[in-house]
Ligand binder design. Structure first.
Ligand code: CNA
Length: 240
């Protein structure tokens, strides 16, 4: 086993409060594209830039175009958890992993079995009527031809944080608390370029910061261990 993997494995096995903080790169090996990789959504061509389409003002002005993009590009109901999701769930069950803080909206950590998942940007699996607040399943959003509507006539809005919208203060505070009390912090599959999520790294106070990302990030210099291999491959190679 490579030295970096052996170090990572030891840090994980010795951890008392491991926290994982991840992003879209955690799910690329499950077949969900990220935003900023070379083959990510931001390098494909649409009528509007993806950042514009998934903004609050675009959603309000052009809901039909928003939902067409959302259904095609942001939701992957067939995707299954990969070795990274599964390993983190197993580490929670054996008392090592205290929390998964994620920018992902795909629900794959929960599907893998993780219980304490802090979803900074919400989830495609929660949807509410904007008028009567009735909850609706993802299937209601997927089944609609254009704009998903509640029986009351209101638009069903996914509980995902769009650009121009605020994160839940409660989820943010719980994430800060988890990271501030972590002995090992693994950051994986995130370009660390979406704020305020990216600033959470500053709350970590330990000396075992692992950065597992295919591309370089601005935080690499702060990390105690940097791994550039695909994240599910890394977790598959460890004996945990
Ligand atoms: P990003 O900006 O697209 O960055 C992803 C990072 O992951 C890149 O730096 C890649 O190099 C890296 N990466 C990609 N695949 C792997 C891999 N297999 N192993 C290791 N590293 C990899 O995405 P962020 O999460 O940083 O940006 C935050 C956005 C993306 C959030 O608002 C998310 O909601 C949003 N997003 C979520 C999903 C999802 O839920 N699966 C998919 C696409 C985008």
């Amino acid at each position: 086993m490579r030295d970096t993997y052996a170090t990572l494995q030891q840090w994980i096995l010795d951890a008392r409060r491991l926290v994982f903080f991840g992003g879209a790169g955690v799910s690329t090996e499950s077949g969900i594209p990220d935003f900023r990789s070379a083959d990510g959504l931001y390098h494909q061509h649409y009528r509007y830039p993806p950042e514009t389409i998934i903004s609050h003002s675009f959603f309000i002005k052009h809901p039909a175009e928003f939902f067409a993009f959302y259904r095609e590009k942001m939701v992957a109901p067939q995707a299954k958890p990969n070795a990274a999701h599964l390993a983190l769930a197993a580490l929670e069950r054996c008392g090592i992993c205290a929390a998964v803080v994620t920018q992902n909206i795909d629900g794959l950590h929960q599907e893998a079995g993780s219980q304490n998942v802090l979803e900074l940007h919400g989830s495609v699996h929660r949807n509410f009527c904007m008028r009567c607040h009735q909850p609706h399943p993802l299937s209601a959003v997927l089944a609609a031809h254009e704009i998903p509507l509640c029986a009351c006539g209101g638009i069903i809005k996914p509980d995902v944080v769009l650009y121009e919208e605020s994160l839940s203060t409660e989820v943010l505070n719980r994430s800060i608390d988890a990271i501030a009390h972590a002995d090992v912090l693994i950051i994986g599959g995130t370009s660390l370029s979406v704020y305020p999520a990216a600033s959470l790294i500053h709350y970590y106070q330990g000396d075992k910061l692992v950065l597992m990302n295919r591309d370089k990030t601005d935080a690499d210099a702060q990390a105690n261990l940097v791994i550039r291999d695909p994240i599910a491959e890394v977790f598959s190679a460890l004996t945990l």
